[in-house]
Design a protein around this ligand. Structure first.
Ligand code: NAP
Length: 496
């Protein structure tokens, strides 16, 4: 079915006259009579149907709505739309099936009326399906003489009602009938949406699953962040709350809401940032070991590489929260009491000057490096936004995400090293024989940074560059060149 979208002929509406037909009032291609103008049918009178009818009427289309009980719902539709019994579908050239898929079988009596027409299946599933048939394929099986087009299921009733200025403008469409699909695509454009051709009806399962996914690319990074948070929170609680209670009977529970959270967030942030760069390092070593870039990475590594942006954003969130918590530390009553107590003890001891040069330097450096790390992380987070990423070229993007990213990792590691200072060598820091938290945190970032340094060694770097330009160990042969060729600077190695 092909539709003529250039007609500008008056068409009579259902319960009223639409007036002068807008470009959306069409006729079947090849016909010239005004009585053949395109009619859009909608089966069902639910939320979706009402919003769709409103949108279609707004763009000047004639709408016929099929219902089991038309009189009950007619008041809910715009008066230009004709709400009538289901069989009225035979007036339409293109029919939207706005009925839940479990009720498709109740529509089979409309088979003759719908034969030869484009049926748009707008339904969504209840749960993600790995295997077909999809709702659209089931509809196609029930109506073999109609052309089923899958689409509009990712467009909410609200978006239809508010118009494409609000919500996603993309409408994913697929069908085995190219003509029916292009008719729906044209109608889609007229409604102000952007049709996206997703191919054959076999893609309908994927399109139906789309609205059901719950942040699929965020699941692993969020689970990692939560797992690390719980681990470090408990570890810090053992050090800061449990140890003083067991060894000295001191109640340090007040530390749980702020102090422990504040030392946990930077630990999670740094480990998560290391996890952004670790898969790249593993991939590089794997390529060096295999001597080719043409062998697939294991699935877990592939999965990890595609989630690096999300890992980075989780790291940024934790670092930002650490900054906010740190700024709030002096506001706490506990901090004020501790400061007063210290001052009082100093006065009692007759100590007029509490300045410790090493401590002062440590804190100045610690804060400065931490602020720089957070600044770089913010830059990485901003450039990972699609609207910003689209404004930089590939080299600029790689520079920010890789070079500046490693700088952020280095700064974060330095921040933690300065925090540790000489504490790693003090036996008193090893409560219950457990190393202080910052030592655990440093393992992964230092491993990543040192591995990256190893990849910069000229011999390693040269081989990695060769591999990434297509060189392969297994296809690499050596042959002897004449001394003249060697003299001319030709190499005696080649890929076959
Ligand atoms: P709804 O409000 O429950 O409406 C469903 C309509 O189906 C009913 O009003 C009813 O109209 C009709 N129907 C026909 N035969 C039926 C039967 N045997 N039993 C019950 N109802 C029957 O649902 P909706 O929200 O409009 O959704 C309709 C379809 O659009 C669903 O497949 C849904 O997945 C899809 N969708 C909805 C949205 C949304 O935002 N709501 C978004 C995307 C896709 P009559 O009583 O007049 O016959």
């Amino acid at each position: 079915m092909s539709l003529d979208f250039d007609s500008d002929t008056p068409v009579k509406g259902g319960s009223g006259t639409v007036g002068r037909c807008s470009p959306c009032n069409r006729r079947v291609a090849g016909s010239s009579s005004p009585s053949d103008a395109l009619v859009i049918g909608i089966l069902g009178t639910g939320d979706f149907s009402r919003s769709l009818a409103r949108r279609l009427v707004a763009c000047g289309c004639r709408v016929v709505v099929g219902s089991r009980t038309p009189s009950r719902f007619v008041a809910l539709f715009p008066e230009e739309a004709e709400v009538t019994h289901m069989e009225a579908a035979n007036q339409a050239d293109l029919v939207f099936v706005a009925v839940y898929p479990e009720h498709y079988s109740t529509l089979v009596h409309l088979k003759p009326a719908l034969a030869g027409k484009a049926l748009v299946d707008v339904s969504n599933g209840l749960q993600i399906k790995q295997e077909g048939p999809s709702n659209a394929q089931q509809l196609a099986d029930l109506f073999p003489e109609s052309s089923v087009v899958k689409g509009f299921n990712t467009t909410s009733a609200w978006t239809l009602q508010a118009g494409p200025r609000d919500g996603s403008r993309q409408v994913l469409l697929c069908s085995d009938d190219q003509m029916a699909k292009s008719s729906v695509m044209q109608l889609c454009r007229r409604m102000g949406f952007i049709p996206v051709d997703m191919g054959l009806l076999s893609s309908s399962l994927e399109i139906e699953n789309l609205p059901l996914y719950l942040f699929p690319s965020w699941r692993t990074p969020i689970i990692c962040t939560l797992a690390l948070f719980i681990f470090f929170y408990l570890y810090n609680s053992v050090h800061e709350v449990l140890h003083p209670y067991i060894t000295g009977g001191k109640n340090k529970l007040y530390k749980l809401p702020i102090e422990i959270v504040n030392v946990t967030f930077p630990s999670v942030a740094l480990v998560m940032l290391a996890l952004v760069y670790l898969p790249g390092v593993i991939a590089a070593f794997l390529q060096l070991w295999r001597g080719t870039k043409y062998t697939r990475f294991p699935d877990w590594l592939d999965h990890w590489l595609t989630r690096r942006k999300q890992f980075g954003l989780c790291s940024f969130l934790c670092a930002a929260l650490h900054a906010v918590y740190s700024l709030c530390l002096p506001m706490r009553k506990s901090a004020r009491f501790q400061l007063l107590n210290k001052a009082f003890e100093q006065v009692k001891a007759g100590n007029a000057d509490s300045w410790v040069e090493a401590d002062v330097w440590r804190m100045e450096l610690y804060l400065s490096v931490g602020i720089m790390a957070l600044g770089l992380l913010s830059l990485l987070a901003v450039t990972s936004l699609p609207s910003v990423a689209n404004t930089v070229n590939w080299r600029e993007f790689t520079f920010i995400q890789s070079t500046l990213g490693y700088c952020a990792l280095f700064m974060g590691t330095l921040h933690t090293l300065i925090f540790g200072w000489d504490r790693a060598f003090l036996a008193a820091q090893y409560h219950f024989g457990l190393p202080p938290t910052f030592l655990l945190v440093l393992i992964l970032p230092l491993t990543v940074l040192l591995s990256r340094l190893a990849l910069f060694l000229p011999c390693v770097n040269h081989r990695l560059r060769q591999i990434r330009r297509g060189w392969e160990k297994s296809r690499h042969i050596r042959f002897t060149l004449s001394s003249e060729d060697c003299f001319n600077g030709l190499e005696n190695v080649s890929n076959v």
